[in-house]
Ligand binder design. Sequence first.
Ligand code: F6R
Length: 262
Amino acid sequence: MTEIIVVHDAERAAAAAAEIIITLLRRDPEAVLGLATGSTPLALYAELAARITTERLDVSRVIGFALDEYVGLPQEHPQSYRNVITRSVVQPLGLTPALVHVPDGGLDSLDVAGHAYEQAILAAGGVDLQILGLGTDGHIGFNEPGSSLNSATRLKTLTPQTRKDNARFFQSESEVPIHCITQGLGTILRARRLLLLAFGESKARAVAAAVEGPVTASHPASAIQLHPDATVIVDEAAAARLQNLAYYQYAYNNKPQWPSSR
Ligand code: F6R
């Protein structure tokens, strides 16, 4: 089932998403979180950090798995996802650094890095909740159009569109690496719950295709329709192209409150 929650703005989306994750962390202090980078989840991470402090939650045993990493970017580069995850998630939330994993984008280990990452996720018992952003070309993780719906963690080539979109984090577009290592769509679908966030008009087309389009490798985010427990939280601008918008809002406003429902 895909639940679609439309809120006024990104701030409210962050609060709604944080509520879901805090509920999980209260129930399971050893929860395994799948972590997205990029700008979309930043407000969520800030909100989580605040809630963890206020509620004095013990998150020292929480495990994390980042979705992806650039290939060939030194780990100490400010935009390596290892660094971004440390800065925006591990430190503010107070997670234990050794429990937060990022795929190895080093050129020497590419042959084995994907398999090793899959094994590490399995050894941790699988991901309980995977946070996802959405690329304007429909990618989740860095699964670009054409990615197998059952793919595992592996090397991928970023599309020129993704490199253009991510140029804002670098000095210039040419500095954005061409290759990455990313959890596959199969990896993402094995997480027990998906939480996809998307904000702004630039994501509206990709959101509509993900939620209402056909399930197709040409729009990788449409794979979430195959997941039994996916929640999509979007702001009004990102929801603008949804055909069934009124129904999603109606369903959310009439959400059953009996115990078996979340
Ligand atoms: C990041 C990732 C990507 C981003 C997507 C959206 O780990 O896997 O799928 O979520 O590119 O990026 P932003 O949030 O910067 O628009």
